[in-house]
Structures are given as structure tokens and as C-alpha cells.
Design a binder for this molecule. Sequence first.
Ligand code: PRP
Length: 187
Amino acid sequence: MSETKPLPESVLISESRLQDRIRELGAQIFTDYENQELVLLGVLRGSVLFFADLARAIFRAQLADQGREVALRFEFVQLVSYHDNTKPSAVQLIHGGSDYLKQRHVLVVEDIVDTGQTLKFLHEHLQTLDPKTVKVCTLLDRPFQRQVSVAIDYTGFEIPDAFVVGYGLDHAQRYRNLPYIAVLEST
Ligand code: PRP
């Protein structure tokens, strides 16, 4: 067992702020897709906690608006670009998703958009699966290192140029299970 390291101290977005904003995003997405089927397409691995809470937030919006619904289906792709480092490298497709996306409304669920290379790569890949529509929901938008222009339809928080971890985001696979977003200070 390696030496235990302290948790990152600097909380950027608290658990309650995250959950409040996700509730708002869920209500907005419910309104925009009501009475339609929607494929939530999670981008593994970083989006898992956000994906799970967003899916529940969409259902809670439905409970508050009886008679209408959004029929959700869960699908996943896996892309990697960081390779256990803090600087992005070439995007690699690990798992490409299913044929179910054909002629469906798809909402890509991301934890963070940084350079934009992952989303650009994913958009090009999704075109081969022939979806009806594709929109993007990201919890975090860090625009300072953007290399390619990408359209984002739903954003949780725009964040400053700092390396963040927690709530799905990692550094060398650590910290994904923090329930808040923190700044990793020693990178
Ligand atoms: C992270 C994050 C996004 C991507 C964003 O994934 O989850 O998918 O980087 O960066 P970009 O806009 O610069 O492309 P990562 O490659 O670290 O894999 P992970 O989701 O497994 O942590």
C-alpha cells in the first residue's frame, strides 16, 4: 500500500452547488425533450457521477410535471485523452457505443470540455452512427485551453484555468469519488 496522500484542500464547487445546478439542468432538459425518447450518452469514465445525478434530476422534473415524460435510455462511449497525465494527448476510442443511436435524439453527457478535442472526435464518430439529433451537456466548461470550437448546449459551470478533480474527474485515476469539485494544487 502506497503512502496515503491528503485530499485536495481547495473546494471549487461544493456538493450542494453541484446538486442545485444539476437539478436546474435536469428541469431544462426535461422541458426541451418532453414527450420524446432521449438517449443519454455518457462519456466514460469521467461523466459517471454527473450522468447518474442528471438522469435522476430529469426524472424528478417529470414527477413535478405529471402527465408528461421523457423516456430515457442509457448508452455509453469511452474515450481517453489524458493517459494519467495533466496534459491532453491524442483522443483514443476505447468503446464506441451501440447501433441504437441510429435516428434517435442523443444528449452527450460530459464531465468537462477543455481543449474540445474529445467532443470534436466524438461528433465525427457519432456521425457514423446516424443519430437524429446530437446535443451536448457538460458539467464543467474550461474554455481557456480550447483548441477547437465546439457547440455546447447545456453547461453546469464555467471554471477558471486550474486542474480540477472530483465528482468523476481524476488525476492518475485518483479523486473520482469526491462528491465535490476541487482544485489540485500540486500538479
Ligand atoms: C477527460 C474528460 C473529457 C475530456 C475533455 O477525459 O472526461 O472527456 O478529458 O478534454 P478535452 O476537451 O481536452 O478533450 P479523459 O481523457 O481524462 O478520460 P476519463 O474520462 O476516463 O477521465
